[in-house]
Design a protein around this ligand. Structure first.
Ligand SMILES: [Zn+2]
Ligand SMILES: [Zn+2]
Length: 225
């Protein structure tokens, strides 16, 4: 990987370096954590300006810090995105077999409207991998991918982790245009949107916690889909 030019690195402060450090592993960082980092280093600094400045510095190496809504926690998070290619499918540190399992898992989750039970998932991935990859290997790989933030496993129900949603955003929009939508409130990608029964607007659940963000004045109650 190309190293950062001295001009760019020279302009990064200690605060910027600390923020960059927290996102470098690839895991998502809640906006609240970013705020506490800023408070620790430089309370005067603005989170958005900091991120913009870091992005200018890391753009030459094809990286960018982006914000997304983590649909598992409902939190706004920041994470590092490879702007040149999808990290999970491209030059990832994973073996071809692990990448294949990841790819098939994304397919299975998306085919099941964003969530799938683990037993059913492992069986489907097994069939999609031509019945050649042992169940145990699929299970171990899934455990690893969950630990690394690519998928979430909530009591045996699998969904895409925000890391995958951001990494594969382009692919998901293209392959599943009906299922991967942009939130009408915050414009960020949503895979499990709340659909307003009155106006049809699709938003993150946290972007329309009670009434619909778009037609709120006309809506009396929570219109959970
Ligand atoms: Zn939203
Ligand atoms: Zn509405």
């Amino acid at each position: 990987m190309k190293s950062l030019g001295s001009d760019e690195t020279a302009s990064l402060s200690e605060t910027h370096a600390a923020i960059l450090q927290t996102v470098l592993g690839g895991m998502s960082v809640p906006a609240s954590k970013l705020a506490s980092l800023l408070a620790e280093y430089d309370p005067e600094d603005d989170a958005l300006l900091c991120v913009a400045k870091i992005n200018t510095a890391i753009a030459p190496v094809g990286l960018r810090i982006v914000s997304a809504v983590d649909e598992a926690s409902g939190e706004l998070v920041y994470l590092l995105k490879n702007t040149k290619e999808a990290a999970l499918y491209g030059e990832s540190p994973y073996s071809p077999s692990e990448t294949r399992i990841a790819e098939k898992t994304v397919e299975c989750v998306m085919e099941q409207d964003g969530q799938i039970e683990s037993v059913s998932l492992i069986n489907r991935v097994f069939h999609k991998c031509d019945k050649k990859t042992p169940h145990q290997e699929i299970e171990n790989t899934l455990d690893m991918l969950v630990r690394e933030g690519w998928f979430v496993d909530r009591e045996g129900v699998f969904a895409l982790g925000v890391r995958t949603v951001v990494d594969l955003e382009h692919h998901l929009k293209e392959a599943y245009p009906e299922k991967a939508v942009f939130c009408a409130a915050c414009s960020r990608i949503a895979l499990q949107p709340k659909i307003c029964t009155d106006c049809g607007a699709q938003t993150h659940r946290t972007c329309s916690p009670n009434a619909c963000y778009v037609c709120a004045p006309c809506v009396k109650e929570d219109t959970n889909k």
